[in-house]
Design a protein around this ligand. Structure first.
Ligand code: UDP
Ligand code: MG
Length: 313
């Protein structure tokens, strides 16, 4: 395996990160300049920022032509911004990371070292240092538990979109056209030789998280739906169990009517069973609808993202 001294691409999605971009570039530049590699590039993917991030990318490009930029025509979302970046890289290995310095640039030499040892995917696992909010830690642990059980994967809790991919893996990823996109799942699914490296999570350098609660829920649902049909199965099982129970209850009601004088008003039992059944039916229809909506999204076959401008290409 000869991978020494090859070309490294860094892909960074940017959504209103003007406050961090210059510091990020500074740190990356000093780390990358000290590596013994043939060359490197940083591709910033501006995911519809409105805070002047694109102008900053332009300035960095005029300072150093290893900095390239792609401006998407609007906010497509983190997963799409990364996917856009992957379509433009020319490195033999690609490292994707967040802009906010929560993914420490000092880890890059370690990732490259593992790659040179022959690993195709070097993923990172965030150590719990308490720098993430309790809420985020609890919900993320909960999500990975459910996701892994339903999809029979084993994505480590604390997996982040900070990883190195060999170019062969990137070529495979580009062939995934699905719109319901959960990169952590896809990258876990493609196989190849992988290894994890752990790092201490940092505080966000500046600004606020760009992942609203709703965006997180959306990502979680996309992840589960695109990797598992278990929810459909569970709702069917639930239906069967409840139908079974209802059958026996019905039988009981008939027998009581025929053989006893106790045909009481029965208001409570009817109300409760009706509400319960109604609720279960709504949940099942909701799950079905969610899958249908995702199928519809895929069938439309729209592009994953639209590029507005490019700089440095
Ligand atoms: N991001 C993006 N588009 C979005 C949301 C986020 O490109 O719609 C980028 C963001 O600029 C950052 C990365 O995705 O580089 C991760 O976002 P953030 O750090 O806000 O997420 P958190 O660390 O809070 O999960
Ligand atoms: Mg962050």
């Amino acid at each position: 395996m000869k991978r020494n001294g090859d070309f490294i691409s860094i892909v960074i999605p940017i959504y209103n990160e003007n406050q961090v971009i210059t510091e990020l570039y500074g740190q990356l530049n000093s780390v990358l300049s000290n590596l013994k590699i043939a060359g490197w590039e940083i591709i910033f993917v501006d995911d519809g920022s409105t805070d002047g991030s694109w102008e900053s990318i332009g300035k960095l490009n005029s300072l150093n032509d290893k900095v390239r930029g792609i401006k998407l025509s609007k906010n497509f979302g983190h997963q799409f911004a990364i996917s856009a970046g992957l379509d433009y890289v020319k490195g033999n290995a690609v490292i994707m990371m967040d802009a906010d310095l929560q993914h420490p640039p000092e880890l890059i030499p370690k990732l490259i070292e593992k790659w040179e040892e022959g690993y195709d995917i070097v993923y990172t696992v965030r150590e719990d240092t308490g720098s993430e909010s309790l809420f985020k830690r609890v919900t993320s642990r909960f999500f990975y538990n459910i996701f892994n059980k339903l999809s029979k994967s084993n994505i480590p809790y604390g997996a982040a979109d900070f990883r190195l991919l060999d170019e062969t893996v990137v070529i495979q990823l580009k062939s995934f056209k699905e719109r319901v996109r959960f990169l952590r799942g896809i990258i876990n699914w493609v196989g190849y030789k992988k290894i994890g490296v752990s790092y201490a999570a940092q505080e966000r350098f500046q600004g606020k998280s760009k992942y609203s609660f709703l965006k997180m829920v959306h990502l979680a649902i996309s992840g589960i739906i695109s990797f598992s049909s278990a929810p459909l199965y569970i709702s069917a099982i639930l239906g069967i169990v409840i139908a079974g129970l209802s059958f026996f209850y019905g039988l009981y009601a008939i027998l009581v009517r025929i053989f006893t004088e106790k045909t009481m008003p029965g208001w409570t039992s009817i109300l409760v069973s009706m509400l319960f059944l109604g609720g279960v039916q709504l949940i099942a229809i909701g799950i079905l609808g969610e899958y249908l909506a995702k199928v519809y999204e895929e069938v439309k076959g729209r592009p994953l993202y639209i590029v507005d401008k490019k700089i440095g290409f």
